[in-house]
Design a binder for this molecule. Structure first.
Ligand code: ATP
Ligand code: MG
Length: 394
């Protein structure tokens, strides 16, 4: 009998989930990512469960036990339960009875095998119970041991049910470095590549982000580009050299990969913070180690920590220098060696001096800050105010 031992399985809140479902006359098992990652020795993120109980029975069982329940995906049988700050997605066993490449009509079942057969890859179709006993209906265990990514069933058939599986195939290759593409799966993905264009931006973005964060992302992007898959997801550059010299960061990689980084905000539904990183990269020139230190400080002050780091990383990746180059490393560590000073003058100070409130005040303050920056942050508050007094009289 195959078993899994893992710290997350012993978590009392997860054991409560098993207990509550059993008390209600059903069974729950952990499925998918958590088990797969454990067997592949990768950190585990969310814990998803599958259950024989119908969604309304799950809702009732957890409400009765006093735990909040959220109908996060009730249409396809998923509810999220929260037990002492830990959340679990619980999905009723199901079969997809109608599919159109983008969404499915589902039918609930109490057959574990049916539920396994509707999943995308064998490594994602493993289950374990409260004691860690593994249930494997598709040979997923052996596939994982042999570093194989294998579609459940016939690849071309499974891809036509949901074209996102093409992208998930490449995402898993990117995230799990040890996996090797299989001929049949890869060929089927390539054959249906044009259908990626029919998927919603949200679904593409979620998979692309995970793909871009993967350890093996650059090889996988190359593989996708070589086979004409990638162009159906993003208008892309072929700057794989730069990509391979960047850290594992989806935004930096997306910025270099995309022919239209500005368009990513809309295309990939970026958060404001993510979009700002791209805007900053587009807006600021590339810093280079030929700049004097005082100049570097001035740029760092002007653009802020995150933008400095991002711009230096991209500029270094594009340069001819080896990644071990000391001058570039010193640029990256500049923020830890130099604390950005705070501009000592405020609007309040100007009002106290007798300036009238209004937009003009803001402009004067900015001018003064620029003077202070250009003087290598040296002038003290008194000197700066002295300078303004001249303006007031004149
Ligand atoms: P992650 O670590 O990103 O959460 P995951 O494998 O758990 O990876 P989820 O998107 O959370 O991915 O999906 C949970 C499970 O649902 C998967 O392991 C897989 O069994 C199944 N699944 C998800 N998306 C699909 C899909 N498009 N087609 C078939 N099965 C899917
Ligand atoms: Mg998951």
């Amino acid at each position: 009998m195959k078993r899994v031992t893992a710290k997350w399985l012993k978590e009392p809140t997860l054991q409560s989930v098993f207990g509550i479902v059993a008390a209600a006359g059903g069974e729950a098992r952990v499925v998918g990512g958590a088990l797969r990652n454990t067997l592949l020795r990768v950190a585990v993120g969310d814990i998803d469960l599958a259950t024989t109980l119908a969604p309304r029975e799950i809702v009732k069982a957890f409400r009765t036990a006093g735990h909040p329940v959220y109908p996060t995906g009730i249409a396809h049988g998923t509810v999220t339960v929260s037990i002492h700050q830990n959340t679990y997605e619980i999905t009723t066993l199901r079969q997809d009875i109608e599919t159109d490449g983008r969404r499915a009509v589902v039918q609930f079942t109490d057959d574990w095998r049916e539920d396994a057969l509707r999943r995308d890859f064998t490594m994602n179709a493993l289950y374990c119970d409260a004691a860690g006993k593994i249930y494997d209906y598709t040979n997923g265990y052996e596939d994982i041991l042999r570093s194989r990514i294998t579609f459940v069933g016939t690849p071309s058939v499974r891809i036509k049910e949901d074209y996102l599986r093409i992208l998930r195939y490449f995402r898993f290759l990117s995230v799990f470095k040890q996996l090797k593409p299989d001929k049949a799966g890869l060929a089927a993905c390539i054959k249906s590549k044009k259908n990626l264009r029919t998927l919603s931006a949200e679904r593409i973005a979620r998979e692309m982000f995970k793909l871009l964060q993967g350890e093996n992302a650059v090889s996988v992007l190359r593989l996708m580009a070589k086979n004409g898959v990638l162009q159906n997801v993003v208008a892309h550059t072929d700057d794989f050299r730069t990509l391979s010299r960047l850290p594992q960061d989806a935004i930096l990689r997306g910025y270099v990969l995309s022919k239209d980084p500005q368009g990513l905000r809309e295309a990939w539904r970026l958060s404001n913070a993510q979009a700002k990183r791209i805007d900053d990269l587009l807006q600021h020139g590339a810093p280079s180690p030929t700049l004097r230190l005082s100049e570097q400080r001035r740029i760092l002050y002007g653009m802020g920590l995150q933008a400095w780091r991002d711009s230096v990383l991209v500029a270094r990746a594009k340069s001819r220098a080896p990644l071990t180059d000391g001058a570039w490393k010193r640029m990256l560590s500049l923020p830890s060696r130099w604390t950005m000073p705070t501009f000592p003058v405020s609007g309040r100070d100007l009002l106290d001096l007798g300036f009238t409130p209004g937009p003009d005040l803001g402009i004067r303050l900015k001018d003064l800050e620029q003077h202070w920056v250009a003087s290598d942050f040296k002038p003290a508050k008194a000197d700066l105010l002295e300078r303004l007094k001249g303006d007031l009289n004149g």
